[in-house]
Write a protein that binds this ligand. Structure first.
Ligand code: NAD
Length: 259
């Protein structure tokens, strides 16, 4: 336990279960003394989250529902957060979605509907939540989203999600410029492959994991805790000079030619 985030109110979006990257982030933030507020999409996942929090002795300042595909839901969620905790100092955006049948085969076969869906939930949502979160971030702070190498390079089967992540990373830069004047920083963590519910939807995911052990400089897998600690760093004062950045937490895989 440390006090890096003592008295900081941080909103965490995207805990689905104990494999979620957002759960690794939750544990890192809790260990750093943050006050945690959660948003979740469904009542079912709220119950699961409450159970996980109780089992790990983590207190939630609030749990509010928020469907990021719905502007009203986002506005209401942040109003509720404002009423319950007042000022917030950080936001974790760990949310994405694409149709499973478009995470295989050829990118050229992506449907218009599937393209828009992936962009809406996985990229535009950061824009919409930043707009609402900044109203509560009156003392400045950090926003951190989660991205993947498929934004920068062609990763087989990642397809429509890779293009959504490219939009997400560009949004990080544009949003960083917008909110920098309010003392708010916007960054992304680009994690190597981790076995989660969302990752299961990407065809050939196991190969993406094994190649990290073979080719990445550190020759080992990434886990939720490593991403949690890197996200904690970006949210904390330790990263006060860092914004608009994509920090790779991938055992160095992205630097290897032909990887
Ligand atoms: P996950 O399935 O545990 O988390 C995805 C979350 O998105 C879930 O909590 C889900 O409820 C939420 N979500 C989806 N649609 C939503 C909506 N309309 N409104 C609100 N929430 C919604 O999987 P994860 O791997 O932890 O994914 C978290 C983030 O990390 C995603 O952005 C993902 O692309 C990114 N990421 C994952 C990996 C990996 O290998 N797992 C690697 C790099 C980046």
């Amino acid at each position: 336990m440390n006090s890096l985030m003592k008295d900081k109110n941080i909103v965490v979006m995207g805990v689905a279960n104990n494999r979620s990257i957002a759960w690794g982030i939750t544990k890192s933030l809790h260990n750093a003394g943050a006050n945690l507020i959660f948003t979740n999409r469904q009542e079912r996942s709220k119950q699961k989250l409450e159970k996980m929090l109780a089992e790990n002795d983590i207190e939630a300042k609030a749990i509010v529902s928020c469907d990021v595909s719905d502007d009203d839901s986002i506005v209401k969620a942040f109003q509720e957060i404002g009423e319950k905790v007042g000022t917030i100092h950080g936001l974790v955006h760990s949310v994405a979605f694409a149709n499973r049948d478009e995470l295989k085969g050829e990118y050229a076969d992506t449907s218009r509907e599937g393209y828009l869906l992936a962009q809406d939930i996985s990229a535009y949502s950061l824009v919409a939540v930043t707009r609402e979160a900044k109203k509560l971030m009156t003392e400045g702070g950090g926003i951190v989203t989660q991205t993947y190498l498929g934004a920068e390079r062609v990763v087989p089967n990642y397809n429509v999600m890779g293009v959504a992540k490219a939009a997400l990373e560009a949004s990080v830069r544009y949003l960083a410029e917008d909110v920098g004047k309010y003392g708010i920083r916007v960054n992304a963590v680009s994690a190597g492959p981790i076995r989660t519910l969302s990752a299961k939807g990407v065809s050939g995911f196991n190969e993406k994991m094994s190649v990290i052990e073979e080719k990445a400089p550190l020759r080992r897998q990434i886990d939720q805790d490593q991403v949690g600690d890197a996200t904690l760093f970006l949210l904390s004062e330790m990263a006060r000079g860092v914004t608009g950045e994509v920090l790779h937490v991938d055992s160095g895989f992205h630097i290897v030619a032909g990887s």
